[in-house]
Each structure stands twice: as structure tokens, then as C-alpha cells.
Design a protein around this ligand. Structure first.
Ligand code: MN
Ligand code: MN
Length: 465
């Protein structure tokens, strides 16, 4: 897609006064903003876990001529490759004609995992008229937000015979949903005196899965027995198969337009699928002389650890193997490479003005956000990109009419957060955070602007090209 935005170079380069993208966009561009959002919403409804995004990405890129890469494969200019990391993340790359020792690689990294409730390994129990599944929450959530909303179950189960069963229930109109109880206000005086973090405890995040007792006098837990029968009949799952399963409860909501003007999108998992989707589309559409890599990783929400997180050596291995195949010096290549850590940031929210420093906050619809640094307090655990790197990115954006803004998370003393940027930088690759601003981040239903989604796509595409 071409960008038909404002052509005045100076006006864009010095866009420190944040302007609503809808206000400065041409009519044609507004049309593109809304059209792009339609594809994104469909993607969100299809993909609520990292495994589901992985499968979506492979299907997409195969249709655009990408083929599977295995370590040791020969590579040449024009090759378009994908490598799935155990079904939970994907590395895409295109070999360009530029010399990667001189021009380096252009890399974009986003993550596919979102906060959710994972089932425990022994989850199923019956208690006083209801049957439940016990959960262990994943990522930083406000626990009370996950009660009294419809939930769907997504995941995989490996049975004793090691058959893999893909398990999704609660998304289709005719399917049942699941539920976590909250206390009625009539009896909630004591609960409401508690601090928000303890209003609902982790061990109260138990999911209701049934209430129908079996007609059999000899059985003790009649509701649970009935549920186990249904699970076996419908999915061939037995109780101990949960031990070798990864099932998550996620909000059963669909992505929807928000507002009379339909300028916003409400959905589960904008963090970080908004950056994953826009960077994937940019990777597919970009016509580049550079060699480019699009990394869609897992486990960011719990610290990027584990074999599918960005701390895994896999990513360094791919760059090294690429250099061996192209007969290039990997140290030189990494030294001259640039990376965008594509992750969401907080949007200024006038309802909570006290936590933001307005001059340096992201304003919704004012374009994709560049965070020179993230981290906590005195920039602890931050990548803190160099002024030189910021200037390089500014130039790329100015030359491609990208509408963007600079921002940081909130007031310095109040908290903070991190991204994968610092782990990429450890490989001697210049890295900077650029992503979409989100309202109610990590809530079961988050809010973004369609303008910022499209702006991210144009920014990532310009960077790759
Ligand atoms: Mn994120
Ligand atoms: Mn997050």
C-alpha cells in the first residue's frame, strides 16, 4: 500500500506538535486506515494465542512465496524464508541485494503472547453445585478484571498416546463460554474494603465449567464425572491429559469498532498483536534492497525467558547461519544492523491524568510512538537508544511521510515497563522501541486507534525498505 499522506517534508520532520492523523491524512489515506483495520480485526478474532498467530503467519507467508528454512540451507539474493520456533513464534527473512556487512540487517521484533489465565496441571474439581478449572495467571493482570466476563478456552492437549488435540471452545456463536465468579455487592462490604490487588486472589480465579449432576448414586463428584465424560466423548481427553496440556482462558469477546466515528478498535490482545500484525504486513509488502528479518516471539509478558522467548539463542543462531550461508562476517553484520522493538506503549488517558507527564506522553491517533527508552525509575533495565539511532529513524520516517510521535510510558517515579529491546541490543545491534499506544493495556478488552495501527504499518514498511 502506498502512503499518500502530507507531502510537506518540513511539516512532517518537525511534527513535535502532535496532530491527530485523521486530521492531516488525505481522504484516500483515511480510506486505507479504515480498510487496514478490517483485516486486523479478522486476524484478532482468529488468533488469541501465540500458537494460533504462528499458524496464521505461516499460512499468510506461504501464500506470498516464503518457504521453510532449516539450519544449513543455502541462501541467495531474493530468498524469502520462514522458520517456526516450536509452533509458538516465527522468524521471517528476505535476502536483499545490499551487502549485509556494509548495510547490515533491518530487523523488527514483536511478541505474540498476551496476558491470560493458564489452566493448572490438575485443574478440574467439583465444589457445592459447580465444577471448576483452576488457573495460574500469565503476565501482568488486574485479577478483578477477569471475573464476570465470558471466557473461551484455547490450547493443545497431548494425550497418553501422544496424539495432539487442538482445543478451542467458546468462540463460535453456538458454543458455550466459561466464567469466573465475583461477589454480589449485597455481601461485598468486606471485599470492597480490600485493596484492588486483593479483591480477587489468584486462587479465586477458578473457571466455572458445569453444574449438571450425573444420575448415578455410586459416584462421589457427580458433576465432575459428567464433565469428564463430555471431555472424553467430544475431545478424547482424560483427566490426567491436562498434565501434558497448555490450555488458556482468554476473553471470548470479538474485536469491534468503538465509537460513533468507528475510529477505535476494542479487542483482547492488542498488546502486542497490533505490532505483530502491522510488522507482518509490512514484511510481506516491503520491496527492499536490504536484507530484512521479522521476528514474532513468545514469552515477552513473563520476561522473555524460555526456549521460545527472545532470550533464546535461536535468533542469534539464525543471523550467524545466514552469515555463514552468504559468506559474511557475522560480527560486522550485527554491528551495522538496526532493529525496531515493536511493542505497545501507554496512551495518555485524561481519566488518569495524574500518572502521565503530558508533554512526553503518547496521544491516541497521533501516530506510532517512538520510545527512546523504557525501563523503570532512572531508566533501569532500559535499552535507551542513542541520539544517532533516533536521528536515523527520524530521517527514514520524514522521507516516507510517516506520521509518528515520541513518547514515554508515564511519570518517572510512578512505575515503568520493559520490552525485548535490551535483549536485542545485547547482540551488538542498535535497537529502538517503536509501537502503538494502547488504552487499558493488559485489560481483557484493550483500546487502540485505527490511525495508529496504520501508522505503525507505514513506519515498519519504511524502515524495512
Ligand atoms: Mn507488549
Ligand atoms: Mn504487555
Amino acid at each position: 500500500m502506498e502512503n499518500t499522506g502530507v507531502k510537506n517534508q518540513q511539516a512532517i520532520e518537525y511534527r513535535y506538535v502532535k496532530k491527530n492523523y485523521f486530521e492531516v491524512a488525505s481522504e484516500k489515506e483515511v480510506e486505507q486506515i479504515y480498510k487496514f483495520a478490517e483485516k486486523y480485526k479478522k486476524f484478532l478474532d482468529e488468533c488469541k494465542t501465540e500458537r494460533e498467530v504462528n499458524d496464521y503467519v505461516l499460512e499468510q507467508v506461504k501464500s506470498f512465496g516464503f518457504s521453510e528454512y532449516n539450519f544449513g540451507d543455502k541462501l541467495k539474493t531474493g530468498d524469502k524464508k520462514f522458520l517456526s520456533n516450536r509452533g509458538k513464534g516465527v522468524i521471517l527473512f528476505k535476502i536483499g541485494e545490499n551487502d549485509i556487512e556494509k548495510q547490515g540487517l533491518r530487523i523488527i521484533v514483536s511478541h505474540l503472547d498476551s496476558p491470560r489465565l493458564d489452566l493448572k496441571q490438575i485443574p478440574l474439581y467439583e465444589s457445592d453445585g459447580l465444577c471448576f478449572l483452576k488457573t495460574h495467571y500469565y503476565g501482568g493482570i488486574k485479577k478483578y478484571q477477569w471475573t464476570a466476563i465470558p471466557l473461551a478456552l484455547h490450547g493443545v492437549v497431548y494425550t497418553k498416546k501422544s496424539d495432539k488435540i487442538n482445543f478451542t471452545i467458546g468462540e463460535k456463536e453456538e458454543e458455550p463460554v466459561f466464567y469466573i465468579n465475583d461477589l454480589l455487592p449485597h455481601l461485598g462490604k468486606g471485599q470492597l474494603m480490600k485493596t484492588a490487588n486483593t479483591v480477587i486472589s489468584a486462587e479465586q480465579l477458578n473457571i466455572v465449567v458445569g453444574g449438571k449432576a450425573k444420575k448415578e448414586a455410586s459416584v462421589k463428584d457427580k458433576i465432575k464425572e459428567n464433565i469428564l465424560e463430555i471431555l472424553y466423548k467430544n475431545y478424547k481427553i482424560t483427566e490426567d491429559d491436562f498434565i501434558s496440556a497448555e490450555i488458556s482462558a482468554v476473553p471470548a469477546f470479538k474485536a469491534k469498532d468503538v465509537g460513533f466515528d468507528r475510529s477505535l478498535i476494542g479487542a483482547y490482545g492488542h498488546d502486542d498483536r497490533v505490532c505483530a500484525f502491522s510488522s507482518l504486513m509490512a514484511m510481506i509488502d516491503a520491496k527492499n534492497k536490504n536484507t530484512t528479518i521479522c521476528i514474532l516471539t513468545d514469552k515477552e509478558e513473563i520476561g522473555s525467558d524460555g526456549v521460545t522467548g527472545i532470550k533464546s539463542k535461536l535468533y542469534e543462531d539464525v543471523i550467524n547461519e545466514m552469515c555463514i550461508a552468504l559468506k559474511k562476517n557475522a560480527s560486522k553484520v550485527r554491528q551495522n544492523s538496526m532493529c525496531i522493538s515493536a511493542d505497545v506503549t501507554s496512551a495518555y488517558d485524561s481519566n488518569f491524568a495524574e500518572v502521565f507527564e503530558k508533554n512526553n506522553s503518547a496521544i491516541l491517533s497521533c501516530g506510532v510512538c517512538m520510545n527512546k527508552f523504557t525501563g523503570d525509575g532512572g531508566k533501569r533495565e532500559s535499552n535507551d537508544a542513542s541520539a544517532e539511532m533516533v536521528q536515523k529513524i527520524r530521517k527514514i520516517f520524514a522521507n516516507n511521510n510517516v506520521i509518528w510521535q515520541t513518547s514515554e510510558l508515564g511519570k518517572v517515579d510512578l512505575g515503568g515497563g520493559g520490552t525485548v529491546a535490551k535483549f536485542i541490543a545485547e547482540l551488538n545491534i542498535e535497537t529502538i522501541d517503536i509501537g502503538v499506544a494502547v488504552i487499558s493495556m493488559h485489560a481483557p478488552y484493550e483500546l487502540i486507534s485505527k490511525a495508529d495501527l496504520y501508522s505503525a504499518y507505514t513506519a515498519y514498511k519504511a524502515f524495512l525498505e
